[in-house]
Design a protein around this ligand. Structure first.
Ligand code: C2E
Ligand code: CA
Ligand code: CA
Length: 742
């Protein structure tokens, strides 16, 4: 091929000369300066000089291209035919191939085809050099995968620009491909669905994964935004739309929303959607792109956690926290709408503990489940039944017309609960006590309302009735008094404000004193002499009864010891001391009793401890152990207030009682009512059968005393014989040899 001096080839001679003379500085063609200062983006792709393979059988082209390209920061490898070029391709990492079409053996077309067939060669830019300026060759070259072509004679000045441009385009293409692959990998790995919303056209692209997440095939969902929006749960839809609108109008920086969306089975799944809008120069969003993540499992776990936090695990009823929340809501409505009235019923099962202790916790649990179902049946829709733990329930009765709505509900509940329950083949009847508070009292705090309902419930319970009490403010006052009493009680021992009154117990057959019951009194600095009724419950609930009881034990034992030394008749006297359930459950009781006996030099049989039936029931097993130890010690045990509790002889015979005290309520009418008399006689007979002696409480008159004598009851105690009195008075009486009616 002869260079044409009229065109760019004119400079070829000079180049050739330079090359021959060994001068490597090209000066015939000045590489564009701009290329040297190539822009940064170009350098991003080119960390080193691009390696270019020039394949041409024309040595002139080879020489020229090497000189030109090397001077322009390209590295050049050359091949003179297709076969050689293929070998080079296999061993080198080429950035670009310049290739002549017309070559011996393997021509440019075949070479291009082979390169493109190899996996490494799919994206290497191939520029065909051809002298054939016919469209057919060009088309063929492109079809075989050529990137571009240059028609010979080559414009050497433009070629570097062209190659640089192709290299840059190729690098951009590779980077895009990598980024695309990375994104698709990430999207696939994250298991997320993707969408891309053209806001102008109102068309949306959903990725196959997006559709699959909802149980649809790719072809089952089109590109209408409603494919998505119409499937959103009605309760979430307006919120999601508002959030989308807020983001697309630029009010929020990004869109993130959690909502339910219906899948192909009609089931709602929880999805989290994140998106960003793309805005035009005027700030208007024209496109939104986002992802969809399935958060159903997390939501379900959260819902379960929330449910568990707000419900009782046994009955699945709302718990105290949820109840208080709903109550607070009612109070809030009431403050805006005063004619919205509501009520709280506080409910406590009676004798539930007995079931639990005697039949076991499993049966107790069954009973609670049964009762919650029963109460649920009688409350109105919209009312809330909650369990607060143990055997406490509460009902929130909303939007009531008047008090009768609530009292009727109380009545229905009572009736439902009083039906016998069959547990472990045993029929059990359990009732409840209820306290009611009404919104009319102007509560602002749910705790207060509950507290007052609780107080009213205690009032109902204290009355011994299985009915209900409606709270009145005096109950609150009472609660405050109790608090005051408790704080006063804490100081009473230290300030020596307690004293004991002794009430004689006489042997009916010979009218002789057999002993005394020690009864606690409190010389209150402001309130004067107080009887146990005024403070014993508070002492018990605050557990202050423990140190107080220890003081009584010591004081009374010392007193008896003194009497025994000073009074001739006192040799066989006993001292009876009351022991509450909490005192009975103290682990050091036995030690305390034996130490006191020792210190007061009393024989154990001079001490009689009075324990009520309910105390033993409250902690059955432990009580039995303690009582056996006391019995072993030689201390006497008496069952107190017999007849007021469960009065079960079956149960009592397990306990080592020496005597039984019949409650004064049975004794009061013994002389006028035949049935009472019969009851007392029966109790006496049964007690004797179990080897217990009997003491009658509340012998208020001579008539009663005479009736008792006929009932074979051994001992009596009561105002009719002698009222409780200070220890010194007892001593005085014996000095003067006088004792009331005995
Ligand atoms: P309790 O064990 O039933 O004691 C008998 C109560 O009946 C005493 O009331 C006594 O004064 C009263 N009483 C005596 N004779 C008659 C009578 O003829 N008719 C009537 N209606 N009542 C009579 P008190 O002293 O007010 O004690 C009340 C309760 O306080 C006692 O009932 C006992 O359960 C408890 N208590 C008293 N002192 C102590 C104590 O030191 N420790 C403990 N844990 N409880 C005590
Ligand atoms: Ca007693
Ligand atoms: Ca009693």
């Amino acid at each position: 091929m002869q260079p044409d001096k009229s065109n760019n080839w004119t400079s070829l001679d000079a180049v050739r000369e330079q090359s021959v003379s060994g001068d490597s500085t090209p000066h015939c063609v000045t590489p564009p300066n701009s290329h040297r200062n190539d822009d940064v983006s170009d350098k991003q792709f080119r960390t080193e000089r691009p390696l270019i393979l020039v394949t041409d059988d024309d040595p002139m082209i080879q020489l020229l291209s090497r000189n030109m390209l090397e001077s322009m920061d390209f590295d050049v490898i050359q091949a003179s035919d297709g076969n050689e070029a293929l070998k080079i391709f296999d061993s080198q990492d080429l950035d670009l191939i310049l290739c002549d079409v017309m070559m011996p053996e393997v021509d440019g077309f075949e070479f291009c085809e082979k390169i493109r067939m190899s996996p490494r060669g799919r994206h290497v830019p191939i520029v065909m050099l051809t002298g054939l300026n016919d469209t057919e060759s060009i088309e063929k070259a492109f079809n075989l995968g050529a990137t571009d072509f240059c028609v010979k004679p080559i414009n050497w000045e433009l070629l570097p620009y062209k190659l640089n441009y192709i290299l840059r385009a190729s690098a951009t293409f590779s980077a895009l491909k990598i980024s695309e692959e990375r994104y698709s990998l990430a999207a696939h790995g994250a298991n997320d669905g993707l969408w891309d919303w053209d806001l102008k056209e109102q068309k949306i692209y959903f990725s196959p994964r997006w559709k699959e997440m909802l149980g649809f095939r790719d072809d089952e969902i089109g590109c209408d935004p409603n494919e998505w929006l119409s499937r959103i749960h009605a309760d979430d839809k307006s919120r999601v739309l508002a959030e989308l609108e807020a983001h697309s109008s630029g009010k929020t920086e990004h869109f993130e929303s959690e909502y339910r969306v219906m899948n192909s089975d009609g089931r709602y799944l929880w999805m989290m959607c994140r998106s960003l809008a793309v805005t035009d120069d005027s700030g208007l969003a024209y496109r939104m792109t986002g992802s969809q993540t399935d958060i159903t499992k997390r939501k379900e776990a959260e819902e379960k956690l929330l449910f568990d936090a707000m419900h009782d695990s046994l009955t699945k009823l709302p718990n105290r926290a949820l109840f208080l929340d709903r109550l607070a809501h009612c109070i809030e409505i009431n403050s805006r709408k005063p004619d919205f009235n509501f009520a709280v019923l506080f409910l406590d099962l009676n004798r539930f503990k007995l079931v639990n202790d005697s039949l076991g916790h499993v049966v107790g649990d069954k009973l609670l489940i049964e009762f919650s179902a029963r109460i649920s049946e009688v409350i109105r829709p919209g009312d809330t039944l909650a369990r607060f733990g143990g055997d406490e329930f509460a009902i929130l009765c909303e939007d009531i017309d008047d008090v009768s709505t609530v009292t009727k509900l109380a009545g229905r509940t009572q009736k439902q609960l009083s039906k016998p329950v069959c547990l472990d083949e045993q029929e059990v009847v359990i009732d409840c006590s209820m306290g009611i508070t009404l919104s009319g009292s102007g509560y602002t705090c749910p705790d207060d309302m509950l507290r007052d309902a609780d107080a009213a419930m205690y009032r109902a319970k204290a009355k011994g009735s299985s009915g209900y009490e409606i709270f009145d403010p005096s109950m609150h006052e009472q609660a405050l008094n109790e608090l005051q009493t408790e704080s006063d009680l804490r100081l009473a021992l230290e300030y020596k404000e307690f004293c004991i009154h002794y009430q004689p117990i006489v042997e009916i057959q010979n009218n002789k004193i057999s002993g005394f019951e020690a009864l606690l009194r409190w010389n209150h600095p402001q309130r004067g002499l107080l009887f146990p009724d005024d403070f014993i419950d508070v002492a018990i609930s605050s557990k202050l009864i423990v140190p107080i009881g220890r003081w009584v034990l010591k004081e009374a034992c010392n007193q008896l010891s003194v009497w025994k030394r000073e009074i001739a008749d006192a040799k066989n006297w006993e001292i009876s001391i009351n022991l509450s359930s909490i005192e009975l459950s103290q682990p050091d009781l036995i030690t305390a009793v034996s130490r006191t006996l020792c210190e007061s030099a009393l024989l154990p049989e001079s001490l009689k401890l009075e324990i009520t039936e309910s105390s033993i029931i409250e902690n059955n097993d432990h009580a039995l152990k303690t009582m056996n130890s006391l019995n072993d010690l030689g201390v006497q045990l008496s069952i107190d207030d017999f007849g007021t509790g469960y009065s079960s002889f079956n149960y009592l015979h397990q306990f080592p009682f020496n005597s039984l005290k019949i409650d004064h309520t049975f004794i009061a009418e013994i002389h006028e009512k035949k049935d009472k008399n019969e009851i007392v006689k029966t109790i006496v007979a049964l007690a004797h059968n179990l080897g217990m002696s009997v003491v009658a409480e509340g012998s208020e008159s001579t008539e009663i005393f005479e009736s008792l004598r006929n009932s074979r009851c051994e001992y009596a105690q009561g105002f009719g014989i002698a009222e409780p009195m200070p220890g010194v008075e007892v001593s005085k009486i014996f000095e003067n040899n006088k004792l009331a009616s005995s």
